[in-house]
Design a protein around this ligand. Structure first.
Ligand SMILES: CC(C)(COP(=O)(O)OP(=O)(O)OC[C@H]1O[C@@H](n2cnc3c(N)ncnc32)[C@H](O)[C@@H]1OP(=O)(O)O)[C@@H](O)C(=O)NCCC(=O)NCCSC(=O)C[C@](C)(O)C(=O)O
Ligand SMILES: [Mg+2]
Length: 349
């Protein structure tokens, strides 16, 4: 582990200095596209205007024979597109794959000035982040970049979950972590076949009221991901980096997608992935606080003055701690309002 004074020193001569703060830009959805798919790629300039983050995916969901075309496609799109204040990310191939070294070297060299964040899949411990950290510093120095490219880890192995706190703290380059429920399910040998979401078999059942065990007992579906998301949120919050729910693979089930995203939002995640254009508006809706919640937060903060003491609002006690929750809500609303004129009008801040 690096000593605290060395933590913020560049890892290569001439590399940009690490920042002590992760920029908290609006990050409600990370929209995935396959840069080797011409139809998807053609939509990127328009989609980029609607999303907070657009991500060129090079890893799973890109066919083996298209890996190099996807890498080159992302370079071409990045060079040809003005992304405005939308963040450009990529997901590179996993660190044990034959493609990742060329992914990182080529992308930083060619479009390092345009890339905000590199998402690294299947991160298992701090050692994976340290490897990417040093490599990026060397490449940034060689490319003459004046700002660091940040790193986002996907939590998608049992080992990664067990080490999530050390992953979150591994480098000042860490921007955040996403849940990868499909690979994580496989790694844990969970008996599911889905990409995120619930399962009808994962339930609790009401106690029997008499001798009859088989009828009249309600069942309640439980959330398979609660433990992992909560643990990820804590690891991120304690290190001032950002937690995200990952993908929801049942594209047609927009209702359950909204539920899964909202659970993550309420637990502390700042955003989720959109795999299909239909999921962009779901994420925008869920990860933007409602105007009612923002109005309530404003009332509480105004009534609390310097934030100490206790007051009654609408029959409920408000104090320092509820005031702090309201400030979290207002900070988010303000940063979203700066980017989104409709929200600015709705929030009236
Ligand atoms: C699901 C799929 C196959 C349905 O694709 P489709 O073509 O069948 O859908 P569609 O409804 O017919 O599409 C309508 C139009 O939208 C376009 N379109 C469709 N999607 C997009 C998109 N994302 N961005 C931009 N455009 C898109 C599509 O090309 C089409 O264009 P057209 O009208 O001109 O014909 C397709 O949406 C897709 O491939 N999405 C991305 C999938 C992906 O990135 N998966 C990897 C992330 S999840 C993951 O890796 C797991 C994780 C974390 O690692 C772990 O849990 O372990
Ligand atoms: Mg995966």
């Amino acid at each position: 582990m690096r000593n605290p004074r060395a933590f913020l020193r560049p890892l290569a001569v001439g590399a940009p200095k690490p920042s002590s703060d992760v920029p908290f830009r609006p990050s409600r959805m990370i929209h995935f596209f396959d840069p080797s798919n011409e139809k998807m790629a053609a939509k990127v300039p328009d989609i980029a205007k609607k999303v907070d983050i657009i991500l060129g995916n090079l890893e799973d969901a890109v066919k083996t024979e298209k890996k190099e075309a996807a890498r080159q496609g992302l370079i071409d799109i990045a060079k040809a597109t003005d992304f405005g204040d939308t963040q450009l990310w990529t997901r590179v191939n996993s660190l044990d794959s034959p493609w990742v070294l060329d992914d990182i070297v080529t992308l930083v060299t060619e479009i390092g000035d345009k890339l905000d964040v590199i998402m690294v899949p299947k991160v298992e411990g701090a050692q994976d982040i340290h490897y990417v950290d040093r490599l990026l510093a060397q490449l940034e120095a060689r490319a003459g970049l004046d700002r660091q490219i940040l790193v986002h880890a996907i939590l998608e192995t049992a080992e990664g979950v067990a080490n999530v706190e050390e992953i979150a703290a591994a480098s000042p380059r860490m921007q955040g972590i996403s849940l990868g429920p499909a690979d994580l399910a496989a790694s844990r040998r969970m008996k599911t076949t889905r990409v995120g979401g619930g399962h009808p078999g994962y339930i609790v059942r009401q106690d029997p009221t008499g001798e009859d065990l088989t009828t009249g007992r309600a069942t309640y579906q439980q959330d398979l991901w609660h433990y992992t998301i909560a643990r990820m949120v804590d690891a991120c919050a304690m290190n001032d980096i950002l937690p995200f729910y990952g993908p929801f693979g049942d594209i047609k089930d927009v209702v359950a997608c909204e539920d899964q995203f909202r659970n993550a939002f309420l637990l502390g995640c700042v955003g989720a992935w959109s795999l299909h254009p239909v999921q962009i508006d779901i994420a925008k809706k869920v990860f933007s606080p409602s105007p009612e919640d923002v109005a309530h937060a404003k009332r509480v903060v105004e009534a609390m003055g310097d934030g100490s003491g206790a007051v009654m609002i609408d029959g409920k006690m408000e104090d320092d701690a509820s005031c702090k929750q309201c400030l979290v809500m207002l900070d988010l609303a303000k940063s979203l309002a700066e980017r989104d004129p409709d929200l600015a009008a709705a929030y009236d801040l």
